[in-house]
Each structure stands twice: as C-alpha cells, then as structure tokens.
Design a protein around this ligand. Structure first.
Ligand code: G3P
Ligand code: CA
Length: 262
C-alpha cells in the first residue's frame, strides 16, 4: 500500500471522545491532524442552519422536542454536552456545551490556519422543502466557498442520502462537489452514474461489508469513495484494503495512528 493514504474525516467532530457537533470536538479533531470534518445541518424555526444530527433534541441535549420547532435563541438556552460521558461535571465549558451554528463552524475552519475539508450533510430535504440547500448555498457564498478553486484552504463537499438535495446544490452552486450517501440502496444503478453530477459515493460500512463488489464497481465507474462510519479495527482494515479515498470516523485518533503504519 505504499504511497496510499486516505483522507480522514472526523464524523460529527469525532463523536466518540467528545460531545458530537460541538466546537470543542471539531477543534480537537483538527489538533489531532484530521484532513476534514463532517457535520449534519438542520434548520431552526427562524431559518438558521445549526450543526445537529437528530430531528429531536433529547439524545444530544438537555432539551426535548423537534429542532425545527425552536428558534435559535430558544435552542441556545440548552446544554449540548452534559449528556456525554466525557463532559466534566459542572464546569462551564462553552465549546463543549453550546449549540454550534454552521456559521460559527465555518468561521472556526476559516481561522484555524491550515487546510480543511468540510463535509456538510443536509438532513431531510423533504421536510424542509428546498430551504436547507438554499440557505446553505447562501452561507457558502458569504464565506467565498460556493465557487471553489484548487488552492482554497477550505473545501466544502455537500453530502446527502437524497438525490433531490444533490440536484438543488448542483442547480444553485454547480462548482461545489457533492457526495451521494448510500445506506441500503443497491449501488450504481443504471449506467453506474451517481445522481446529478455527484462524483463521490458515500456508502455506509455495513453496505461495504455485505457487498464486496461495491467499492470496485464505484471505482470502475470513475467515482471516489468516502466510507462512513469506520470505527472498528476490522472495518478500517477492510476499507484500507480497498484503498478508499476517505474514511469518515468517530475515532479519528485511532484511524490516524493506524495510517502512520502504512
Ligand atoms: O458521513 C455520512 C454519515 O454521517 C451518514 O449518517 O446518520 O451519521 O448522518 P449519519
Ligand atoms: Ca452525517
């Protein structure tokens, strides 16, 4: 495997060690040396994009109910770190307890002083209509990220399980690369093309384990592969054997340490 090294992405900031989607988790992953970060984005009731995975607040905050029903100000009152075993008691740790907006994450990535690849996954386009992608493209424009150039320090790829979301991104920001996420779907139906000009396939590790022909077929079709969520040693060895282009993991330090041995 000489010369081969996949990109390493901290899934939700590296959700194993620290509360997911917090600024503290993302900054730590950058310190550890990841190539990039993965985040999910949702809309608040008043139209702000926030980094949050679930529809509901209860798993990763001390709140209840739907994220989409609350304003940013209301969401800001909750704690997003205290649910996690690594959260240190009563200490006031804003980077590990505050809701992270996409805007704040983009500022942090812009200001961190080194190249970063950011994978932004839009959640549930059917619920929000086209609004998530519309607001996302507006935000990328504000940060000068909607028309990427090769030497830009920050590179954004938009990911989705929904082809519709990829179509919206392509229509509004055709230069922004997209990744088509796959969980259960059979790969590369038809002529092996991904939807709407997407050049990156993002299969889940279960799919990779169960469909041995998947990764070779993706490569044969000329696409790159970013596999999620690779947390276990056997899974990491599997994707390294396949020489995937990107490893999305909750345990970036574990993956980076293994790559040192390549
Ligand atoms: O990186 C893709 C992966 O994050 C998709 O699954 O549920 O963790 O958003 P999920
Ligand atoms: Ca995700």
């Amino acid at each position: 495997m000489t010369g081969y090294r996949p990109l390493v992405f901290a899934h939700r900031g590296g959700a194993d060690a620290l509360p997911e989607h917090t600024l503290g988790a993302y900054l730590r992953a950058l310190d550890e040396g990841v190539d990039g970060l993965e985040c999910d984005v949702r809309l608040t009731r008043d139209g702000h994009l926030v980094c949050f995975h679930d529809r509901r607040l209860s798993r990763t905050s001390n709140g209840k109910g739907l994220v989409s029903r609350r304003t940013l100000a209301e969401l800001d009152e909750l704690n997003y770190g205290s649910w996690h075993p690594a959260y240190p008691g009563d200490e006031e740790l804003p980077d590990l307890s505050r809701l992270l907006t996409l805007e704040r994450l983009l500022e942090a990535v812009r200001d961190c002083g080194r190249p970063v690849r950011l994978l932004i996954e839009t959640k549930h386009p059917s619920v929000y209509g086209a609004e998530v992608e519309r607001r996302l493209v507006m935000m990328l424009r504000r940060f000068g990220l909607a028309e990427p150039k090769p030497d830009d320090p920050v590179h954004v790829t938009v990911m989705s399980f929904a082809a519709l979301a990829l179509r919206r991104i392509r229509a509004q920001a055709p230069g922004v690369p997209t990744a088509y996420l796959m969980e259960l779907l059979p790969p590369l139906a038809g002529k092996g093309k991904l939807p709407f000009g997407s050049r990156i396939a993002g299969p889940g590790i279960d799919l990779v384990r169960n469909r041995h022909a998947l990764l070779p077929a993706i490569r044969a079709a000329g696409h790159r592969t970013y596999v999620w969520t690779v947390n276990e040693p056997d899974d990491l060895e599997l994707v390294l054997r396949h020489q995937v282009d990107g490893v999305i993991t909750d345990r970036p330090k574990f993956v980076l340490d293994r790559l040192e041995q390549l």
